[in-house]
Design a protein around this ligand. Structure first.
Ligand code: GLA
Length: 552
């Protein structure tokens, strides 16, 4: 939770319950207004040397120039890859007499500016690395940025740096938000547009404060070139989907595609999942040695188009059972991208439906983004998927919902949504969550108060509405349904265009009804999110009672 929303909740707690025993929570200001540097409106695409070279000697000026050359000659620049970034070990171990960082005389004899100039001469952008600590992570002891933020940011800007990855080693226990905010402000003061990548490995819940501080934040520890590492990063990253949006992205770490310890099938799953989750696509293999198959995989235009979709919504898990996982991502033109993932050791059929991914209608087109085959369906989305494989479809048709709510106050339970995902069974209109099929819920009821209208959901859930910048306020009474009194625990949140505008804090099956309100003025997109309160999703029948939207 952001410091501001924590403050708001503390104030509410201090004020006690409002009349009628209903706690009122509304955020009067956006808790973490998204960083407004205008950059990374879609997830950054590029290269970083770390996964292929770490600190070995082959990480040097000629490698960086070679990568820039290949971006152009192999068509990767045309495919969208822009940033050529370098990682740890680029510096000397001491600052100069003026306190400035010094590029390694061995690796970068011409300095960093010369390399940046070369990268720029190819129409590409250049990224650099340091740590929000006294030293970077490598044991050689390269100096870090803590306490030198402005001097280092100024130097980076003078070299023409376009992207900064800011790591977490040797941080001396200084508060993370303070450390990362100091560099954000220093970068801003340089006046140079610099994409800001927070790399604190998900240690301090960066998905809560990252949107106001950086353009992307790592959600996990370091990836390695193995199926188990890659898939565990995907699982962790998937739980923070609500925090992602244009200009601010979850980062499950750089790509391992092409590094040799996963199969082609597994690398496709890796790339598909990163695209489905709107993750940065930073190539982590030495492209100078990459096979044609690796270059082709990394260049798949249909999968890249999903990653770079301008709506900027991270895909979410629609269904997960016994290692068969379905992700869905709404796209700007109303299509859905659906990834059918088989994490098991044997070929299996993975299935979902058009309605489960938020589409309505009776005829849909499925384009397989890897085989390029196209077929039609009346609703079933299903494929035989090899062990560790992914079938990724772009699903179109059925008519995406693009009409904003009518003027006045409407019940969200009666309005069409653009997408709805739910932890258990479908989201219910004007009923509680019945767990299996549409319409099998009961009347909405929280601590004895009954609601004729509202939404019945089950954590983890996200219901999205198109607002078209016509609406002002959303309000609902929230809590765990009486059918689960005394059980479960959840958090209700309202998000407008990727900014959190209300947060209930953790509510258990004994918490009183809470009135949640959010300001959605000017927003195009509304998300009603329910996350697990920390004890697993069992019993998390989450009601949005009398959920109303007011529009002009
Ligand atoms: C940390 C980061 C990695 C890499 C190394 C460099 O482990 O998480 O991505 O930058 O440091 O030392």
């Amino acid at each position: 939770m952001s410091r501001l929303s924590r403050g708001v909740l503390a104030a509410v707690a201090a004020a006690g319950l409002a009349a009628g025993g209903i706690a009122v929570v509304a955020l009067t200001a956006s808790p973490a207004a998204a960083l407004d540097n205008g950059l990374a409106r879609t997830p950054p695409m590029g290269f970083n040397n770390w996964n292929s070279t770490q600190c070995r000697a082959e990480f040097n000026e000629s490698m960086v120039k070679g990568i820039a050359d290949i971006f152009v000659s192999a068509g990767l620049k045309d495919a969208g890859y822009t940033y050529v970034n370098i990682d740890d070990c680029w510096a000397e171990t001491s600052r100069d007499a003026g306190g400035n960082l010094v590029p390694s005389h061995v690796r970068f004899p011409g300095g960093i500016k010369a390399v940046a100039d070369y990268v720029h001469s190819k129409g590409l952008k250049f990224g650099l690395y340091t740590s929000a600590g006294t030293h970077t992570c490598n044991k050689a002891g390269f100096p870090g940025g803590l306490g030198h933020e402005q001097q280092d940011a100024n130097l980076f800007a003078s070299w023409g740096v376009d992207y900064l990855k800011y790591d977490n080693c040797n941080n001396q226990g200084v508060d993370a938000v303070k450390r990362y905010t100091a560099m954000r402000d220093a970068l801003k003061k340089t006046g140079r547009p610099i994409v800001y990548s927070i790399c604190e490995w998900g240690k301090n819940k960066p998905w809560e404060w990252g949107p106001g501080v950086g353009n992307l934040w790592r959600t996990t520890g370091d990836i390695s070139d193995s199926w188990s590492s890659m898939i565990s990063k995907a699982h962790s990253n998937a739980t923070h989907a609500s925090a992602a949006g244009p200009g601010h992205w979850n980062d499950p770490d750089m790509l391992e595609v092409g590094n040799g310890h996963m199969s082609e099938t597994e690398y496709r799953t890796h790339f598909s999942l990163w695209a489905e989750m709107a993750a940065p696509l930073l190539i982590g293999t030495d492209l100078r040695k990459a096979s044609a198959a690796t270059i082709a995989l990394l260049s798949n235009p249909d999968v890249i188009a999903v990653d770079q979709d301008p709506l900027g919504k991270q895909g979410t898990v629609v269904k997960s059972s016994n290692g068969l996982v379905v992700y869905s991502r709404p796209l700007a033109n109303g299509d859905r991208s659906v990834a059918l993932v088989n994490e098991t050791a044997a070929t299996a059929t993975v299935s979902t439906t058009a309605s489960a991914v938020g589409l309505s209608g009776s005829s849909f087109t499925l384009k397989d983004l890897w085989s390029k085959a196209t077929r039609t369906t009346t609703g079933t989305i299903s494929a035989s998927v090899p062990s560790h494989g992914t079938v990724m479809y772009r699903v179109s048709g059925g008519g995406g919902v693009k009409n904003p709510p009518p003027p006045g106050t409407s019940q969200l339970g009666d309005l069409p949504w653009t997408s709805a995902t739910n932890g258990w069974g479908p989201v219910e209109r004007n009923l509680s969550n019945g767990e299996k099929a549409t319409g099998d819920g009961h009347g909405l009821s929280i601590r004895g108060t009954k609601y004729a209208k509202g939404l019945g959901t089950h954590a983890a859930s996200e219901v999205d509405y198109f607002l078209g910048a016509h609406c002002t306020t959303v309000a609902a009474d929230v809590g765990i349904d009486d059918e689960k009194t005394g059980k479960g625990s959840v958090v209700f949140q309202l998000w407008a265009d990727g900014k959190k505008v209300a947060d209930s804090g953790t509510l258990t099956g004994s918490s009183p009804v809470q009135h949640l309100m959010g300001d959605v003025s000017g927003a195009t997109d509304l998300r009603l999110v329910v996350t697990d309160g920390g004890d697993g999703i069992a019993n998390d029948h989450a009601d949005w009672g009398n959920a109303q939207i007011t529009c002009s």
